[in-house]
Design a protein around this ligand. Structure first.
Ligand SMILES: Cc1ncc(COP(=O)(O)O)c(C=O)c1O
Length: 460
């Protein structure tokens, strides 16, 4: 067998894995998959378009041997360009906004790039902005190439040629939804174009930030400057309309706050083992928000996770920074005991005997205005009934009204200790498990339903 190797790091770009979410999507229908782009050699999806932009420029003769690459980049594109430059022997100068992570700047310098940090709080046309500085250097330096990731369609083409086909291949054509953060628009629109060519019914969901123009522009056609204000999330949302954003390929936009993005980023690391960057939290929060109301069980949604967590160690992965920005998730430490204490004025638990007729269960569910019933046999809890599942079974087979509850009941609701926290309760009570049981201080059984939990969480 010949020795198997790559000729340089840039040959290892692409073919990143799809990984199923197991926790953050709890209670949301469908199969939801992450395309984990930090497996690229520069730890982000931007490697794909960086290499493509340089190779297309070489093919056109826009950059010649010994040339200089100049780009306004939030870091990830710079990393990809720097890897391409090392493999091909170019010099790199990058301009970036001062809101970018310190780590991103250090990483770029580590791979040999020269980095100029420019102010964030100036409009793009201001000569101090990172867009303007990059343009000026390009005009001044001989044999320099300014890829301009915003308007350079090689960016979209890279995702059209690689990311899209990989998703189609790896889902065996079963993908039904694609969600991605939108910055330059390349990763959303290149993939969307490829997937929609394979199956025009595929739905695309673009994730935008508060402080960016995209969502309003898509929905109204208005470029509203009042939508523009500083925000913290890095990589997505814009105050310009890049040529790579083809609005006809993006079916819907969801806006996500800095805080929700930051909290979801931490959850992806803790709960899924995906140590990813901040815009990944935005993409997942927004994608799941869309999925919650729109996905069916048989649907397959792919959410692209652009980069790696190391670039955000001083920000979302730093507890003090999270606290300073008010981004710490307010964990609710109240418990099952507190929830049932609130119910104490109410009547005793409504339950039904296992030897009752199904018709009696139906009338009890209707008259007592509850959605689920524990089933008892003497003192023992032997099963449960829920109204939605009972209804489905009755529609399929009306003759079951004459059966006994014991014949058709489902497994009993689980008993939990009274000190079970709301965090834990919310992971136990879901679409498949509509309630849990708990004993009050007198030892009497009580039920905690989805409705009770919602009330407790929303502080009602
Ligand atoms: C961290 C991160 N997330 C998301 C994006 C958005 O991707 P695209 O530019 O393909 O729209 C970028 C682009 O800069 C990014 O750096």
């Amino acid at each position: 067998m010949p020795v198997k190797y790559y000729n340089s790091m840039i040959e290892t770009v692409g073919n990143t894995p799809l990984v199923r979410f197991n926790s953050v999507n709890r209670g949301i229908p469908g199969t939801i998959l992450a395309k984990v782009e930090y497996f690229n050699p520069g730890n982000s999806m931007k490697d794909r378009m960086a290499v493509k932009m340089i190779e297309d420029a070489e093919a056109r003769g826009d950059i010649r041997p010994g040339g200089t690459i100049i780009e306004g980049t939030s870091g990830n594109t710079g990393m990809g360009l720097a890897l391409a430059a090392i493999a091909k022997g170019y010099r790199c100068i990058f301009t970036l906004a001062d809101k970018q992570s310190r780590e991103k700047i250090d990483i770029l310098r580590a791979v040999g790039a020269e980095v100029l940090v420019c102010p964030t709080a100036v409009p793009p046309e201001d000569p101090r902005s990172y867009y303007s500085v990059a343009r000026r250097l390009n005009a001044e330096i001989e044999n320099s190439y300014y890829p301009n990731q915003y308007d350079n369609l090689s960016n979209t083409d890279a995702h059209y040629e690689t990311t899209g086909p990989e998703i189609w291949r790896d889902t065996d054509g079963r993908v039904t939804h694609y969600a991605a953060g939108v910055g330059t628009g390349g990763s959303m629109c290149g993939v969307a174009k490829y997937l929609k060519e394979q199956n025009p019914n595929i739905v695309t969901v673009g994730i935008d930030t508060y402080g960016s123009v995209f969502k309003k522009y898509k929905e109204t056609g208005i470029f509203d400057e009042k939508e523009i204000y500083p925000y913290l999330t890095e990589g997505i949302g814009e105050d310009i309309l890049p040529a790579n954003v083809d609005f006809s390929l993006i079916d819907h936009f969801v806006k996500v706050t800095d805080k929700d993005s930051a909290i979801m980023t931490r959850r992806l690391s803790m709960e899924e083992g995906m140590f990813v960057g901040w815009s990944c939290g935005s993409a997942v929060w927004g994608g799941l928000e869309w999925a919650r109301d729109n996905l069916r069980e048989e649907d397959v949604m792919v959410i692209i996770l652009p980069d790696h967590g190391t670039r955000y160690l001083a920000k979302v992965y730093n507890d003090d920074w999270m606290k300073d920005h008010g981004f710490h998730e307010e964990r609710d430490f109240s418990s099952a005991a507190a929830i049932i204490a609130k119910q104490s004025g109410e009547d005793a638990l409504t339950s039904i005997r296992s030897d009752s007729r199904v018709s009696e269960a139906v009338s009890l569910l209707t008259t007592s205005d509850v959605s689920q019933l524990p089933v008892v046999d003497g003192e023992e809890f032997v099963g449960s009934l829920t109204d939605t599942r009972l209804l489905t079974r009755l529609i399929n087979d009306p003759s079951i009204v004459d059966k006994t509850v014991g014949d058709i009941m489902e497994k009993p609701f689980q008993f939990v200790p009274a000190d079970t926290t709301i965090d834990v309760l919310s992971s136990m009570i879901n679409r498949d498990n509509s309630a849990v049981m708990v004993r009050d201080e007198k030892g009497l059984p009580r039920i905690i339903t989805r409705h009770d939990l919602l009330e407790a969480i929303s502080g009602l």
